[in-house]
Design a protein around this ligand. Structure first.
Ligand code: LFR
Length: 491
């Protein structure tokens, strides 16, 4: 039996086929496609109908190969959404979370409600693009979308609705809105009241593993295929990625490495206290009652944007080339804090790195190799910082770090992370989110017993590369300089 997982990232999407064979998982890429946001006028949008088109292309490819998946699930990046109107149709095109319409809104809402109140109700870290601030921004701008909206659906909810005709809000993604109250286990009416968005827009919350419909008859007819069961996965890609961490021990640290770097640990209960708020950690809902106590780190986004800038200037590099140039550049020449707000929005990243270095009294890196080296070393050092915070907040000590996701193909980053944290890195699997998505489908259909059996199967099915730390002294010294130039507080 073959299952199908759709995993949509902020820069590309893919459809993977999965099979379970004597406890071993086999995956195969069926379809891969770019996910290019579109600037239209003043707003940055997701091309949601193009994404739906690509989901259908995957179904057609399966059909042409004579494959009928027994189930399907979708995961994607978090926080973004669309509205459905009274006639059941999508209103407008979903905005991209990096759009500037939320500028300043988080600060205003904190002023009105207090950070303590928002954090106590949601347990979610303060990121300016969280759904709560996007909705508040729409309300403040008196958006016609909000006036006409009847249903709020997050990106995978929306695509799933297009596929099945049924509307549900999936739990892991719902938590990222910062409007879900994990203590009450439902949408938070006070926060919704505070932003002036009607509670009625928000639907029933379903858990990862719930069966949430079948491909709708009109779609089956259009594509000439049979109906297939659709499940909710952990529809937040990070939730699926952490489900796929091949850990043997119950307490482990992970880094889900893609456009974003998400670092933290899995916990049984949300950690909502003063320290978590002060360190700006989040408690995102996960699979089977777990939460992810983690922190967002800007991640490979900065390099993706550098690459686009160089391309616009007529210099095209691919990633392996950039990593090679970085390996040849001078070590520890300049540092940035990847989480400085100047790196959040799309734009000329090399110029922003230069400005950052000038602002902090450093010589700016010159040339692609030096820039990439600066970014990768800074990321590795920021990982050490956040790992230390994770240990402090969770009261645990980790013997190493699990890395999953596309970013682990960058072996320099994996090695430098091991060097920076002074502990081994275990890297794999690359397709973490898609595999975690599949694991939940197999658990739902009874083919795997639970998440621990799934993690064991993942461990036995995919290569996990170990990186042992090297260069202890130099990295310890670099960390000291990184902390003082980037002004990161002492623990
Ligand atoms: C990673 C991710 C992060 C979320 C960010 C924005 O792909 O889902 O977890 O904070 O994208 O949605």
């Amino acid at each position: 039996m073959t299952i199908l997982a759709y995993d949509l990232g902020a820069s590309s999407g893919r459809a993977l086929l999965g099979r379970l064979n004597g406890g071993k998982i086999e995956v195969e890429e069926l379809h891969r496609f770019p996910n290019d946001p579109v600037q239209a006028g003043d707003r940055l949008h997701w091309d949601i109908l193009r994404l739906l088109h690509e989901l259908k292309q995957a179904l057609l490819k399966a059909k042409h190969r004579g494959i009928k998946p027994s189930s399907i699930a979708i995961d994607s990046w978090a926080v973004d959404f669309g509205f459905i109107g009274a006639n059941g149709e999508l209103l407008g095109n979903p905005y991209h979370y990096r759009d500037r319409h939320t500028d300043g809104v988080m600060e205003q809402l904190i002023e009105e409600l207090s950070a303590t109140e928002i954090f106590a109700r949601s347990g979610i870290q303060f990121l300016p693009f969280n759904t709560i601030y996007q909705l508040a921004a729409l309300k403040r701008a008196d958006s016609p979308l909000l006036r006409e909206a009847k249903h709020f659906l997050m990106i995978p909810d929306l695509l799933r609705y297009f596929l099945t005709g049924d509307m549900y809000n999936e739990f892991s993604n719902a938590t990222t809105t910062q409007l879900f109250n994990p203590v009450e286990g439902d949408w938070d009416e006070e926060l919704l009241r505070a932003i002036g968005v009607p509670r009625e827009l928000f639907g029933e919350i379903v858990q990862p593993g719930a069966r949430v419909g079948k491909l709708r008859p009109s779609l089956c007819e259009e594509l000439g295929i049979e109906p297939v069961d659709v499940y909710a996965a952990a529809e937040h890609d990070t939730g699926s990625a952490v489900a796929a961490v091949p850990a043997l021990e119950r307490s482990f640290a992970y880094l889900s490495c893609g456009t974003w770097s998400l670092m933290g640990t899995e916990v049984g209960e949300p950690v909502i206290n003063e320290l978590a708020q002060e360190l700006n950690f989040t408690n995102e809902g996960g699979v089977y009652g777990t939460y992810r106590l983690l922190k967002n780190i800007m991640g490979l986004w900065i390099l993706q944007e550098c690459r686009r800038s160089w391309e616009r200037a007529g210099n095209s590099y691919d990633f392996p080339e950039l990593v090679k140039l970085a390996g040849e550049a001078k070590p520890f020449a300049a540092f940035i804090d990847p989480d400085d707000p100047v790196f959040l929005h799309p734009g000329d990243m090399p110029a922003r790195i230069t400005e950052y270095c000038e602002r902090t009294g450093q010589e700016a890196p010159a040339g692609a190799g030096a820039v990439v080296r600066c970014v990768l070393e800074s990321l590795a050092l920021k990982y050490r910082y956040v790992l230390e915070l994770t240990e402090r907040l969770s009261g645990q000590t980790f013997s190493g770090l699990h890395m999953v996701g596309g970013g682990i193909q960058n072996i320099l980053l994996c090695q430098w992370t091991a060097n920076a944290i002074g502990k081994p890195v275990w890297a794999g699997p690359v397709e973490g989110s898609a595999i975690g998505n599949m694991a939940v489908q197999w658990i739902a259909s009874g083919e795997l017993a639970d998440i621990w059996e799934a993690r064991k199967a993942i461990r036995e099915s995919f290569p996990v590369e170990t990186y042992e730390p090297e260069g202890h002294e130099e990295w310890a010294e670099a960390y000291r300089i990184f902390r003082s130039t980037t002004n990161l507080a002492e623990d």
